[in-house]
Design a protein around this ligand. Structure first.
Ligand code: CAO
Length: 455
């Protein structure tokens, strides 16, 4: 057996006695140069101690919880034959020392993760590369990627192992919101699970991506309802849980404004009735006219048929309309595809089909994807106006309330007209108030005179 060489903790700046939170290798493992051997976690960052050369791990000298400093021996490695011959490998196999060695190019490969020069603490751009398992997942031999949590979240770095960070990221949990119950305030997987449970139970604010400081809300009130009278507990349905989480995110993250408008649908209603009499097997409701009008609006005002993607606006050239459907288990939004290519009767039939499918719980997830703009119609039920929540990543949603006969001044007298209340909620990051007013007044014009659809 070739001579064993020590793999030691290299220069980790001022950090001392940094706990090992994960041991990534075991005796017998073949490792490549730069592959992580153990993960350390300081107050500011998690970082992997890399193998200094290719070889086979013969002995692991540390365990989780051990506290290491620069020079601590992590493992004994038998260098691969060819690697052992290389002078550079020999040099790197020596205990790490504070030398004039400059940060390596891989640190430069991720400049965005480097702290500003003035910021404290020192960037971890030396031989030890802070990283997360997700970054290295799928390619255990790739060099670790620089990740300095302090640089990303100055002053507020949650303590959590890369595995817990990965777990949290998969669930969309912001670790900044989770309190750690393990030693030194470290966040465990159980803490993340408990946080998710409390959010699902209404006990916290789910925050997603984008940073921005958070909502910092006080906890959800905990009340012993039974103290005040008889109660019954009923679990939320799966749809209610899913749509609830989506609605909460959309409501919290999108700056909503709602624009109201009344459309005169007196003529449209007469036409709809005629159409219904001529096509007794198809139920033609005002909603199909609204789908047609919405498509015309999206064509005239493309910003309404868009989605935000980072700093870009994705403008869609297709016209898929989501329809909010009320079911006994909760709200679902199936999508009518290519609504621009369908006539009123086709739309009426499809609307009937998707509503039935929704209520029979037969919608597939594909049936609910690809929407551009949604319509939520409460017209069959009642109400005069409401403020619908945008169905992200769409940027607007049209709410429709019940039409009512109203006296409308025609310049000479009040005339009875059937008025349909429209409530358009829009994402103010994408759409300005003036554009929204133009959009709703265009919808009102189209619904007031369907010949405009031909223009
Ligand atoms: N004004 C007056 N009457 C209206 C109307 C309106 N705006 N919209 C529909 N109606 C009438 C219909 O013509 C129909 O009358 P008839 O039975 O006499 O023909 C009746 O109301 C019932 O219509 P409907 O609701 O069955 O059909 P629809 O095409 O209007 O709507 C659907 C279909 C699936 C959208 C609807 O059933 C539904 O689920 N709506 C609820 C959506 C919802 O919950 N939104 C809230 C989301 S935010 O929480």
């Amino acid at each position: 057996m070739a001579e064993l060489k020590e793999a030691r903790v290299p220069d980790i700046g001022d950090d001392k006695d940094v706990p090992v939170i994960e041991v990534l290798v075991k005796p017998g493992d073949t490792v490549s140069k730069d592959q992580g051997l153990v993960t350390l976690e300081s107050d500011k960052a998690t970082m992997e101690v890399p193998a200094p050369f290719d070889g086979v791990v013969r002995e692991v000298k540390v365990k989780v919880g051990d506290e290491l400093s620069e020079g601590s021996v992590v493992a004994l490695i038998e260098p691969a034959a060819e690697a052992a011959d290389k002078p550079s490998a020999k040099a790197e196999a020596k205990p790490a020392q504070k030398t004039e060695e400059k940060p390596e190019s891989r640190a430069e490969a991720a400049p965005e993760a480097k702290p500003e020069p003035k910021s404290e603490p020192e960037p971890k751009s030396g031989p030890v590369q802070p990283s997360t398992p997700a970054m290295n997942a799928g390619n255990p031999h790739s060099p670790p990627v620089t990740f300095d949590a302090e640089a990303l979240m100055p002053g507020k770095v949650p303590h959590a192992s890369p595995a817990v960070r990965l777990f949290a990221r998969e669930l969309g949990v912001d670790l900044g919101q989770v309190s750690g119950s393990a030693r030194g305030g470290r966040i465990s997987k159980e803490d993340v699970q408990a946080y998710v449970k409390s959010v699902m139970a209404g006990g916290g604010a789910a925050r997603t991506g984008g940073g921005g400081g958070g909502l910092d809300l006080i906890p959800w009130p905990k009340v012993d309802f039974a103290k005040f009278g008889e109660v019954e507990r009923k679990p939320l349905s799966r749809i209610q849980k899913l749509s609830g989480a989506n609605l909460a995110r959309n409501w919290a993250m999108i700056p909503h404004v709602t624009q109201f408008e009344d459309a005169d649908i007196t003529e449209m209603e007469a036409f709809r009735k005629r159409l219904g009499e001529e096509n007794k097997d198809t139920k033609v409701t005002p909603l199909v006219f609204l789908i047609k009008a919405a498509v015309a609006g999206l064509k005239k005002f493309p910003a309404f048929n868009a989605s935000l993607d980072g700093d870009e606006l994705v403008l869609k050239q297709y016209f898929n309309i989501g329809i909010a459907v009320d079911t006994p288990d909760g709200l679902v939004v199936p999508v009518i595809r290519d609504a621009d290519r369908k006539g009123l009767l086709d739309l009426a039939r499809e609307l009937g089909e998707i509503s039935a499918k929704a209520r029979d719980k037969k919608l597939s997830s594909a049936d609910m994807q690809g929407g551009c703009f949604s319509i939520s119609s409460l017209g069959g039920i009642g109400g005069t106006a409401f403020t619908p929540i945008i169905n992200a990543p769409e940027v607007a949603i049209l709410g429709v309330s019940r039409s009512a006969m109203k006296p409308v001044w025609n310049g000479k007298e009040f005339a009875p007209r059937l008025m349909l209340p429209l409530s358009l909620s829009y994402d103010h990051r994408v759409i300005d108030g003036a554009a929204a007013a133009r959009f709703t007044s265009y919808l009102s014009q189209v619904l007031g005179d369907l010949r405009r659809l031909l223009l």
